[in-house]
Design a protein around this ligand. Structure first.
Ligand code: NAI
Length: 672
């Protein structure tokens, strides 16, 4: 795993631990041995390089569940720093967590121009544990280091160089760059841990982090630990850092985040599909260039595909192209992409109204109006021109893909690919197999979605699939509470206090009330609405209060002045509804609101698992954290319920059953 080659008095220490060279115990031991060998060999310098696509991209997360085996990383890094033979970190790829800590312990750091550097431990509910928070400020300054440790976001080579983190930037062959660096070797700098740190005012940063952390503990702890570098000697600061790191490993938040980390790997690569080789995707057709179609197009272009938008007529096709170009322009403006990338994306995009253009498509995704007849007609036209090996998918939110594809030739190629809005940004994609979808199709769809940088999750067919079906239960319980006495603003506030980015009514205003209104009407007409029906939202829709984006700019809130404001008119409408239905008068504490909503969510999630719609608890948790903003540090609804305890969940479920008798089918865990 760690190889040492000595030539002309210089050592090359190569770490080879695929796929991302994590600092597993054998790598740590290998580095310890390397320090001894280069000093025994009296080497002038020792360079650390990594095989494969990246320098060390972090610690070995699989070791985090128990006590770390010896040697410990801080000791290895102290040995590297104190080594009489000075070390040079030669970096490429992603230098993250333990990887950056390793680089900071070296005397010099040189990097390829496309490298990224970061301390992402907070994303796993942790802080660095091997001197990262204490060495980084000694190299790049306190405020910058505290920001990197607290927000976990990596910076690019240019930025890290400007921060003073690099001694040389190269492009291309690292061996040549290393030789050149060694040929004009600067004087050995003072060891990082012996440098002092200038104090800085972190008040503004603290306020920023407190806001962005949204209830996650690690970001502020990372910030405060980094700040110790200005007042404590390295040895003391790093001792506190190590202790805090080890304590956080056992915390519920870190366990939740680590479980999600592993879950997102397993859920996005179902074992069943591993035997299939995904088909190559070159040409992607998107039917419908509206909100969703434009987002999916932008994501496909970003992944390097050639994309054709098909619309009802050429005018709508050009409008679709315009939406995609607006997304590209925004990416360009924000610096996320270069002009040449933007140009390549524009050049890979076509738009028109003639289905003949789909003849060589490898996948077509329809995102037309949520109307079964329109969608069926689109599927039939696509099936008529496309090869039977090519995939045809629907982005429907609620409709049954079986019915959309019924009777069409080549049933194994049809499926649902449910993206989330904005589809160029949101990572979740629900992959919906019909009763006839071939595993080969599923394997290709998963690979396509992963290639788009998405998180695909398999779901069976039911009303709303995994995510929106749970959302319906969530909204039903919220509506029952406002029918019985809570204000929609109290409900929103309680869910925000749990850590949701917004409550159910704010979310409706954001996404528009009309889609779920149409869906409720459909369920009522089909007789599938479960139990008590509260039609306050329907009344809002009827008078045009269809959300922030509606012409009236009103929904549950009044958005006419920009930011949404609670609206007395809503209180009046809710009160009128209650008096007509002889309800109201109950009050709910914030905790009761949260517990009741969570009981509804967890019950629905368990029903979904019992029915085989979701394959695991983890799948539900990934869907709700990636698609609906459930706080990741709470692990997702299933993890949250486990931590909260079955007894409290049962009590809360009994309360919602008593509140709205006959409205809830109980999952097995809530029966009896
Ligand atoms: P939209 O109304 O913004 O776009 C629909 C587009 O389809 C329009 O540009 C329209 O001209 C085009 N279209 C209609 N009939 C067509 C036909 N026969 N051939 C070609 N183009 C046609 O709608 P949106 O919001 O993009 O939704 C599209 C689909 O995505 C729906 O099934 C919806 O349920 C689903 N969806 C929507 C989400 C959202 O947040 N809006 C989220 C996930 C899925």
């Amino acid at each position: 795993m760690v190889d040492v080659a000595i030539e002309n008095g210089h050592a090359l220490v190569t770490i080879d631990n695929p796929p991302v060279n994590p600092l597993s115990v054998s790598v740590r031991q290998g580095l310890m041995d390397a320090v001894r060998r280069v000093n025994e060999g009296k080497c002038e310098t020792a360079a650390i390089v990594c095989a494969g696509r990246t320098f060390v991209a972090g610690g070995d997360i699989s070791e985090f569940a128990g006590p770390p085996p010896l040697p410990h990383l801080p000791d290895v890094l102290d040995a590297i720093e104190a080594s009489p033979t000075p070390f040079i970190a030669v970096m490429h790829g992603t230098v993250l967590g333990g990887g950056l800590e390793l680089a900071l312990a070296c005397a010099w750091r040189i990097a390829d121009e496309k490298t990224r550097f970061g301390l992402p431990e907070v994303n796993l509910g942790l802080i660095p544990g091997a001197g990262g928070t204490q060495r980084l400020p000694r190299v790049i300054g306190l405020e910058r280091a505290a920001r990197m440790a607290a927000n976990g976001n990596p910076v690019n080579t240019k930025t890290f160089e400007e921060f003073g983190g690099l001694d040389l930037v190269f492009s291309g062959d690292p061996t040549q760059a290393l030789a050149a660096f060694r040929a004009a070797l600067p004087a050995r700098p003072v060891n990082t841990s012996d440098r002092s740190v200038e104090n800085a005012d972190l008040t503004a940063l603290k306020a920023e982090i407190a806001k962005s952390a949204k209830g996650a503990d690690a970001p502020m702890i990372a910030l405060e630990t980094t700040a110790l570098a200005a007042t404590l000697p390295f040895a003391e600061g790093s001792k506190i850092e190590r202790q805090t790191h080890l304590e956080l490993r056992a915390s519920a938040q870190s366990r939740a985040l680590r479980r999600l980390f592993f879950a997102s790997r397993s859920v996005t690569r179902p074992d069943r599909l591993k035997a299939f080789t995904p088909a190559a995707i070159n040409h992607v057709v998107i039917v419908g260039g509206g909100l969703m179609g434009a987002g999916i197009t932008a994501a496909s272009l970003a992944a390097g595909h050639r994309v054709t938008i098909l619309e009802r007529d050429t005018e709508s096709a050009e409008a679709g192209r315009g939406r995609v170009e607006a997304i590209i322009a925004k990416d360009l403006e924000s610096g996320r992409i270069t002009e040449s990338k933007a140009e390549a994306r524009r050049a890979s995009l076509s738009a028109g109204a003639n289905y003949a253009a789909a003849f060589d498509a490898d996948i077509a995704i329809e995102a037309v109006f949520e109307d079964p007849d329109v969608k069926r007609a689109v599927f039939a036209e696509l099936a008529a021109v496309m090869s039977e090996d090519a995939l045809i998918a629907t982005n429907t939110s609620y409709l049954d893909p079986n019915l959309i594809s019924e009777g069409l030739p080549g049933p194994g190629r049809f499926l649902g690919l449910h993206f989330f809005s904005p589809a160029n940004i949101m990572k979740l994609v629900e992959v919906v197999g019909t009763s006839a979808t071939a595993d080969q199709t599923m394997a290709t769809a998963f690979a396509f979605a992963r290639g788009l940088g998405k998180i695909p999750v398999e779901t069976g067919v039911c009303d709303g699939f995994i995510g929106n079906r749970i959302l319906s239960a969530y909204r039903r319980q919220a509506d029952y509470m406002i029918a019985d006495g809570a204000s929609p603003y109290e409900v929103d506030k309680a869910m925000r206090a749990l850590g949701m980015p917004m409550g159910p009514y704010e979310l409706q205003d954001r996404t528009g009330l009309q889609i779920s209104w149409a869906n409720r009407k459909r369920q009522l007409a089909a007789g599938t609405w479960p139990g008590r029906y509260v039609d306050i939202a329907d009344r809002l829709c009827e008078i045009g209060r269809q959300g922030r984006g509606s012409p009236m700019k009103k929904g549950w809130y009044d958005h006419t002045g920009g930011a949404g404001q609670p609206d007395p008119e809503i209180e009046t409408m809710v009160a009128a509804w209650r008096s007509e239905h002889s309800t109201g008068g109950q009050s709910f504490t914030s905790d009761e609101i949260t517990m009741r909503i969570m009981a509804a969510i967890v019950n629905e999630a368990n029903l979904i698992l019992e029915e085989g719609i979701a394959t695991s608890d983890a799948a539900v948790d990934i869907v709700w954290t990636e698609g609906y903003g459930f706080p990741k540090h709470l692990g997702g609804p299933m993890f949250w319920a486990e931590e909260t305890g079955i007894e409290r969940m049962r009590e809360a479920f009994a309360a919602i059953e008593a509140q709205s008798p006959g409205s809830w089918k109980a999952a097995k865990i809530f029966q009896g």
